[in-house]
Ligand binder design. Sequence first.
Ligand SMILES: *Cc1c(COP(=O)(O)O)cnc(C)c1O
Length: 359
Amino acid sequence: MRIHNFNAGPAVLPEEVLLEVQKNLFDYKGAGLSVMEMSHRSAEYEKIITDARSALLRIMGLGDDYVALFLQGGASTQFLMIPLNFCPDDKVANYIDTGTWATKAWKEAKKIGKKYHIAATSEDKAFTYIPKTWQLSENPAYLHITTNNTIRGTEWKINPDVPAGVPLIADMSSNFLSRPLDFNKYDLIYGGAQKNIGPAGATFVVIKKSLMERQNPGMPSMLDYKIQIENDSMFNTPPAFAIYVIGEVLKWIEEKGGLEAREEYNRQKARIIYDILDSSDFYRGTVVPEDRSWMNVPFRLPSEELEKKFISETKAKGMIGLKGHRSVGGCRASIYNSLPLRSVEALTQFMHEFAKANK
Ligand SMILES: *Cc1c(COP(=O)(O)O)cnc(C)c1O
């Protein structure tokens, strides 16, 4: 019996994928060894990583003007690599600050001495909404946004317009591949795999090739997108096993009907849980309705005491990960791509019972 996993990340993976990985763990498709033991230069592994890269671009609907990489260091290393590579000293790195991770992104630009500008922020209301207007600086190097705010539970529902010639860069860690999107509006998309598309250890980076013309010279090798592209993500040993599992998740997404099917499924899950928040005077959502995330749903109960009780009782019912991030408190259900509908149904049924019993 598997538990209902509402963890924010690392998070739930599709059961079909886990079983497929298990089946091939000891002897990968008759090769006589596990993917964990393979040379990353072997023909078997070459196929695994090449297939994963092409599946990623195919699912996103992107052509060969984009390139997909699997790197290490998490989304957090991208916070550094982006200004290092793409903000020259005479330009300004622009950010929209929607809280926590978005804040960490611009702080990294600041740390390495880049000029930076906060084009908009929702800090005035504790990051409970997505700014609807923004003001770019003079000479912008790029605009960076965070499409889903894992801790605050807000999500961009549009792709922001940027003036021609200003690259648009997005941290999509926590809503990547959860619905169709005009990915071709973006020049660089990245995220940690561990929320929506795989296990921890690999970072996906999708770059529009034309962005590379703007790269700063003299980058350290491991932080140099050009070197990573020229070496097909294998300048050094890649996170081989994590990339393999990502490849299996991507196959699963395609077999299940691609991003349209994900959208339908995720919409349904989100609706069930937001319906409770809207119809109850016991539970309270913390985000303005139009900016609600389909992936991370934060909510409050009438008191912190009841929140503690709620979390402890959900654990007893086989549901984990419902405690809000320590920086904001309350409760949060992460309902990513791979979370089955039945987990959300189990949670909402319990929410009804708990409200009745504790009114
Ligand atoms: C989790 C998360 C990160 C941090 O990812 P790491 O891979 O742990 O560095 C960054 N941005 C967002 C939106 C996240 O949800």
